[in-house]
Design a binder for this molecule. Structure first.
Ligand code: FAD
Ligand code: NAP
Length: 478
C-alpha cells in the first residue's frame, strides 16, 4: 500500500472511530522512536502513541548534537512530518516508571517499543571522582544544550589548564565548545547561560587523554578535521606516542588509515605553526589511564594521576591497555569524564542487564506472554554507541519485526492511551504536539532577538506554561 492511500485509510478509520487496528506505544521521542514510527506509518495500518519524558521531542538531536552542527539537526524536519500524521500522537512530559508503568502500557497496547536511550554517564570509580570541577561530559553537553536538569551545572572555567578523559566524538564536541572562538558560538543555538560562562573562560591548554594509542581513537575524521581547523588553536601531539604507528599504516582498513594519516600530518606540522598570546593549545595524550584525581583542601580538583599503559594483543583494534609501574601527573583545574553514556532500568518490569534491555534483534526476551509484545530499539537496545544513521538502521529493522508480528496477529482489541489518559493526567501535565509547536515558535522568536536560530527554554515549568497558553497553531497534515 502506498503512503498516500494509507493516509486516506487512516482518515477513514478516525472518522468512523473503528478501533480494530493495532495500537503501538513508543517510549522515547528520540531518533530511534521517530525512525521506528516512520517505518510503521509507511508499512502498516496502526495507531502510534509516542510517550516522552520531556515536554519537548527529539532526544539527543536537541540535547546532544553540538550547537555548531546545525546540519545534523535537519532530521527534525522528517520527524515533524511523522508526528503530524493523524495516526501518530505525541504525549510529552510523561515518564515511564513515574507517570506510567510498563505493565500499564503492555495491557493497553498490542506492541510496546522502548526507545528511551541512555541518560546516565559511565563513571571511572576512582579516588576523588566527586571533587569539584570533575564533570561528566554528559552534564556539560546538557548544560550548553539547555537540558533542564543540567541548567544549573556548577562549572568553574577560571583555570588555564583542563583535561578530558576519553577520546570519542563526545570528547571532541566538548573540546570544540571549550576552544572555539566565542563569536563563532554566538551564532549557534547554544544556551545563553553557557555563552556567558564560556565567554569568561580562562582555559588555555586542554588535554585529551586516551588509555590506548593513536590507532584506537574513537573519534572520527570529520570531527578531528574540525578540531584541527579551529581558529586560534594549535594541536600539539606527543611524537613519542606515534612510535611504530607509521609501520602499521599499510595494514589498516581505509577509514582507520585516513584518520591515522591525518594525525601524522598534523604531528609533522606542529613545528611550523605560529603561536600568539591568544592561541589555545589542544594536547592529545595517549597510553594513559586515570588512577586518581588530585584535590586541594577545598575539594577542588588540581590534577590527575595517570598510569602509563602499554598495549597488548595482535590486532590493533582489540589491543588492550596493560598498566605499567610508571605514573605521570597532569596538572589541571577542570576535568571532563567522557567515557560513554549508559542506560537505566526505567521501570521495575523492564528486563535489564549490563546496561541494556535484553533483546534478540529488538525483541525483548521476557516471560509476560499474555501482555502486549515488548521491543527495544536505539541506544537502549544496542548500547550507547553509533551515530544517528546507525540508530536509524536499527530502528527500521526493529520496526520491520513489529510490522511482521502485527500482521500475523489475529485480533486487535487494545485501546491505547485513551484508556488510561485520565490517570496519567492526574499525575502530570501532558504536552501534546501542538504544545511543542508553541514552545518551538517561542524559542525561535527568542533566538531572533539575539541573532541565533533559537534560544531554548531550560525550565520544564516554563515549557508547560507556554504549551498551555492560548496561542493557536494550525495543524499541518501535508
Ligand atoms: P535518545 O536520542 O537519547 O532518545 C531517547 C529519548 O527517550 C529522549 O527524548 C529521552 O528524553 C526519552 N526518555 C528517557 N527516559 C524516558 C522515560 N523514562 N520515559 C519516557 N521517555 C524517556 N550522531 C550523529 O549522527 N551526529 C552527531 O553530531 C551526534 N552528536 C552526538 C552528540 C552527543 C553528545 C551524543 C551523546 C550523541 C551524538 N550522536 C550524534 C549520536 C546520536 O545522538 C544517537 O545515535 C541517537 O540520539 C540515539 O537515539 P535514541 O533514540 O536511542 O536515544
Ligand atoms: P565512545 O565513542 O565509545 O568513546 C568513549 C571513549 O572513552 C573511548 O576513547 C574509550 O576508550 C574511552 N573509555 C571508555 N572507558 C574508559 C575508561 N574506563 N577509562 C578510560 N577511557 C575510557 O563514546 P562517546 O564519545 O560517548 O560517543 C558515543 C557515540 O556517539 C559514538 O558512537 C559517537 O560516534 C557518537 N557521537 C557522534 C558525534 C558526531 O557524529 N559528531 C558526536 C558525539 C557522539 P577505549 O576505546 O579504550 O574503550
Amino acid at each position: 500500500m502506498t503512503f498516500g492511500s494509507l493516509k486516506t485509510l487512516n482518515r477513514f478509520y478516525s472518522a468512523t472511530s473503528y478501533t480494530k487496528i493495532p495500537r503501538v506505544c513508543i517510549v522515547g521521542a528520540g531518533p530511534a522512536g521517530f525512525y521506528a514510527a516512520m517505518h510503521l506509518t509507511k508499512n502498516i495500518q496502526c495507531k502510534i502513541d509516542l510517550i516522552e519524558k520531556l515536554p519537548v521531542p527529539f532526544g539527543l538531536i536537541r540535547y546532544g548534537v553540538a550547537p555548531d552542527h546545525p546540519e545534523v539537526k535537519n532530521v527534525i524536519n522528517q520527524f515533524t512530518k511523522v508526528a503530524q500524521r493523524p495516526e501518530v500522537n505525541f504525549y510529552g512530559n510523561v515518564t515511564l516508571g513515574k507517570d506510567i508503568t510498563l505493565n500499564q502500557l503492555r495491557q493497553h497496547y498490542d506492541a510496546v517499543l522502548l526507545t528511551y536511550g541512555a541518560e546516565k554517564d559511565k563513571t571511572l570509580g576512582i579516588e576523588n571522582e566527586n571533587a569539584k570541577n570533575v564533570i561528566g561530559a554528559r552534564h556539560f553537553v546538557g548544560w550548553y544544550n539547555g537540558l533542564p536538569s543540567n541548567k544549573d551545572l556548577e562549572i568553574d572555567l577560571s583555570c588555564d589548564m583542563a583535561a578530558i578523559l576519553g577520546q570519542g566524538n563526545v570528547a571532541l564536541d566538548v573540546a570544540r565548545i571549550l576552544l572555539s572562538p566565542i563569536d563563532e558560538l554566538r551564532k549557534t543555538d547554544i544556551t545563553e547561560h553557557a555563552l556567558n560562562i564560556l565567554a569568561g573562560s580562562k582555559i588555555k591548554q586542554l588535554y585529551l587523554i586516551g588509555r590506548r594509542g593513536p590507532l584506537q581513537v574513537a573519534f572520527t575524521i570529520k570531527e578531528l578535521r574540525e578540531q584541527l581547523k579551529l581558529r586560534d588553536c594549535k594541536t600539539v601531539w606527543r611524537p613519542e606516542d606515534f612510535q611504530n604507528v607509521i609501520n602499521e599504516l599499510p595494514n589498516l582498513p581505509r577509514p582507520r588509515k585516513r584518520i591515522t594519516e591525518l594525525m601524522l600530518k598534523s604531528l609533522n606540522e606542529n613545528e611550523t605553526c605560529s603561536i600568539s598570546n591568544n592561541t589555545k593549545m589542544f594536547k592529545p595524550i595517549f597510553f594513559r589511564s586515570p588512577k586518581k584525581f588530585l584535590i586541594n583542601d577545598k575539594n577542588n580538583v588540581t590534577g590527575i594521576e595517570l598510569i602509563c599503559n602499554k598495549l597488548e594483543g595482535e590486532n590493533w583494534e582489540s589491543q588492550k591497555c596493560i598498566p605499567t609501574d610508571e605514573i605521570e601527573v597532569v596538572n589541571c583545574g577542570l576535568v571532563f569524564r567522557s567515557i560513554g553514556y549508559k542506560s537505566i532500568k526505567a521501570d521495575e518490569d523492564v528486563p535489564f542487564s549490563n546496561g541494556l534491555v535484553l533483546n534478540e534483534r529488538g525483541c525483548v526476551i521476557d516471560e509476560a506472554n499474555e501482555l502486549g509484545k515488548l521491543y527495544v530499539a536505539g541506544w537502549l537496545g544496542t548500547g550507547p554507541v553509533g551515530v544517528i544513521l546507525h540508530t536509524m538502521g536499527n530502528a527500521f529493522q526493529v520496526a520491520k519485526t513489529i510490522c511482521d508480528d502485527l500482521k500475523n496477529k489475529a485480533d486487535y482489541s487494545k485501546s491505547g492511551f485513551a484508556e488510561f489518559k485520565d490517570i496519567v493526567k492526574d499525575k502530570t501535565d501532558i504536552v501534546d504536539w501542538e504544545g511543542w509547536q508553541k514552545i518551538d515558535k517561542f524559542e525561535i522568536e527568542e533566538g531572533k532577538k539575539r541573532g541565533k536560530p533559537r534560544e531554548k527554554i531550560c525550565s520544564v515549568e516554563k515549557m508547560i506554561e507556554i504549551a498551555k497558553s492560548e496561542f493557536k497553531i494550525v495543524k499541518d497534515n501535508s
